[in-house]
Design a protein around this ligand. Structure first.
Ligand SMILES: NC(=O)C1=CN([C@@H]2O[C@H](COP(=O)(O)OP(=O)(O)OC[C@H]3O[C@@H](n4cnc5c(N)ncnc54)[C@H](OP(=O)(O)O)[C@@H]3O)[C@@H](O)[C@H]2O)C=CC1
Ligand SMILES: O=C(O)CCC(=O)C(=O)O
Length: 489
């Protein structure tokens, strides 16, 4: 059954003025998950205007009251976790278990920021002058544009929108157009929780609408997660207008398996890091570096796990990996694999469409499936080593030492996350010092992020302040430094 899509502007759920938009199930592209009209150009103005009108009142609402709305929204999201998790699996293609996990994660994030009123709201410094204190207080930016990607259709929006609102901003949000239903679900939860009119506005529309939003003269900040190309353009547009931009972009994350590692643990975690969510996480492992002496043994263990990795309908509880987001993504990933093979990569496992087995020719025959694939390359020039395919493709290189392995891990313009598998404390400490990444996992997969700690990339993966935890404050507020003296001489 297809769900009717609506825009949420100034507290009203309305049909958009633009053309038709539908989201479809990537496992069964004939199945429409949600449909409706997208927002028209005039609605961008209406949404920004509504957010502007709501900004002062929301900024002056006590932090605890703002938090109470987020806490109520968290409860609403949590109560719908199973149903929305299934919708997420149908709309985005990750497994229903991952979908439900993501919805629960959104609730956890809303709850974290719902309690922001109980945390520090500024700092007090000593003054070098008698009778004076120096306060640093924080104020919201104002109206923030939020632009989000398809791959975490409710968790990423939650970790942008929850801090934006908690710190007193109002929001105009444009989600990825392939996952509008989950966007609507989050906005519905905040609406049901009693968010005042205009504080959050949802515009379902194409990428060009994101561009109109970014160009809007009445926006005070832009937070974006998505591809590197769009993020960099958007950062330039923000800079040209003097508006702060936070952009979380691509990754080409490495897992390093050192000779002393627990190889079973490493193989298990590597499967999760590379192939959960069909490899469509910015933190997914897409490069694997193994010390020579254990490489063959490790690959054997990895292959054994790959052989039993169940690919298929993500709503089936037995399935471990669903399709990629759509046919275009599938085509581009398969083209990337072909280019890599032409450039000399060797197939260790997989290597193409997953159109085999139970659903070959069956109801999933048209689905956007890609087999979990491991390629081996001898040098760093190959496309699969350098470029983000954003799918279930892992590229292997062997290293003759831990030093070489860490060097190879750093051999990327990106620096979002990495994983290192070792039981040696000295090597662990070297990894912490050497690896140029925003997030480092020791003996666990490269993906995964808790809501109370900073999230974001080093090098060209991230632009602007980090997200989540207290770090989010650095983007969503600005400071006023107050030199404070009593009035009497
Ligand atoms: N570092 C991080 O934290 C994360 C990074 N990512 C990265 O995101 C990418 C995958 O997500 P994907 O959704 O395909 O990314 P895109 O960059 O294609 O899209 C992201 C968002 O930007 C919108 N958009 C597209 N063009 C423009 C434009 N010109 N101006 C403003 N907005 C625009 C999209 O709208 P529409 O959908 O309508 O085109 C969507 O809402 C990967 O590269 C991945 O690494 C993903 C998650 C986390
Ligand atoms: O690692 C995670 O769980 C979240 C990462 C993320 O934001 C992403 O992959 O898009």
């Amino acid at each position: 059954m297809s769900v009717q899509l609506q825009q949420y502007i100034a507290g009203d759920w309305v049909e958009g003025d633009g053309g038709l938009v539908t989201s479809t199930n990537p496992a069964r592209p004939d199945e429409v998950v949600a449909s409706g009209r997208q927002a028209g150009a005039a609605e961008v103005d209406r949404a920004v205007d509504a957010a502007r009108r709501a900004a002062r009142g929301w900024a002056r609402t006590p932090a605890h009251e703002r938090g109470a709305v987020l806490l109520a929204a968290a409860a609403h999201v949590e109560a719908n976790a199973q149903a929305w998790g299934l919708e997420l699996a149908r709309e985005e293609g990750k497994t229903a278990a991952e979908g439900t996990g993501e919805v629960l994660r959104a609730a956890q994030i809303l709850r974290y920021y719902g309690n922001e009123g109980d945390r520090t709201a500024g700092e007090v410094f000593s003054s070098p002058r008698r009778g004076e204190r120096i306060l640093v207080t924080r104020k919201p930016l104002g109206v923030v544009g939020v632009i989000t990607p398809f791959n975490f259709p409710i968790a990423i929006p939650a970790w942008k929108i929850a801090p934006a609102l908690a710190y007193g901003n109002t929001v105009v949000w444009k989600p990825a157009s392939v996952v509008p239903l989950l966007a609507m679900r989050l906005a519905q939860a905040l609406d049901a929780a009693g968010l005042p009119d205009g504080v959050l506005n949802l515009l379902i529309g194409p990428g060009s609408m994101g561009n109109e939003l970014v160009e809007h003269p009445d926006l005070d900040g832009i937070t974006f997660t998505g591809s590197t190309g769009v993020g960099r353009r958007l950062a330039a547009q923000g800079a040209a207008r003097g508006v702060p931009v936070q952009a979380e972009m691509g990754g080409k994350n490495a897992a390093v398996v050192l000779a002393d590692a627990d190889l079973d643990l490493a193989a298990e975690q590597l499967m999760f890091g590379a192939f959960r969510s069909t490899g469509q996480k910015c933190t997914a492992t897409s490069r694997l570096i193994v010390e020579d002496t254990v490489a063959d043994e490790f690959l054997e263990r990895l292959r054994a796990r790959l052989d039993s990795w169940a690919v298929g309908d993500p709503t089936d509880p037995a399935i471990q990996m669903g399709p990629v987001i759509d046919a275009a993504a599938r085509k581009s990933i398969l083209a990337g694999i072909e280019t890599s093979l032409r450039q000399g990569a060797r197939v260790v496992a997989g290597g193409g469409a997953a159109g085999t087995g139970a659903y070959d020719g069956g109801p999933l025959a048209e689905g956007a499936f890609v087999a979990p694939t491991v390629l081996e390359v001898a040098d760093g020039a190959n496309a699969c080593w350098r470029e983000e395919f954003f799918g279930p493709v892992l590229t292997l290189r062997r290293a003759s030492s831990a030093e070489e392995a860490f060097g190879l891990a750093n051999d990327s313009e990106f620096g979002l996350s990495a994983a290192v598998f070792t039981q040696d404390l000295t090597r662990t400490l070297e990894a912490v010092d050497e690896l140029d990444v925003g997030i480092l996992h020791i003996n666990s997969e490269s993906a995964g992020a808790d809501p109370h700690v900073p999230f974001g990339g080093a090098k060209k993966s991230g632009y602007g302040p980090k997200e989540q935890g207290a770090a989010a404050k650095e983007f969503f507020t600005h400071t006023t430094t107050v030199y404070l003296r009593g009035g009497a001489a």
